[in-house]
Design a protein around this ligand. Sequence first.
Ligand code: ZN
Length: 177
Amino acid sequence: MKFCSKCGSANIEFKVPPDDNLRRYCCNDCNSIFYSNPNIVVGSLCTFEDKILLCKRNIQPRLGMWTLPAGFFENSETLKDGAIRETFEETGADIKNLQPYSLFSLTHISQVHFFYLADLVEPNYGPTAESSEVELFTEEDIPWDEIAFPTVYKTLKYFLEDRKKGNFPFREEAIKL
Ligand code: ZN
């Protein structure tokens, strides 16, 4: 941060404000304090019959790799609505029966990733601005070597493991690099 977004001053200092314990960007002219907090990524593992919906990324990072539909949570929406919106934006699919499933704290990049399990309302999906291909995959066909993100890989593995037992407990995990 170079300039104060309140007063425009360049007199910005990265310091621990009074009565705080973490360093923040502080404006020495208007005394504004700027807090930076983790971003939340929300998405879904949605199925139709025994198949899982994956999309091939048409955007950076990890362009051309496969992922579960997911993206940054927006202000003023519920987490569930965020998962429904992201799934639609990336795959064109409508989902139902959302169930909280996996939660990852990625401390090294200050992100939280959250995935729901869900069902496709109908097998209607296709390429979008964000996905060059959208496909339903059987377990045997999942492109494990081309999965874009570790949290997607882990969520897929958990799901396939749980499906054998017919029980889908909520998972929470910290990922530290
Ligand atoms: Zn200021």
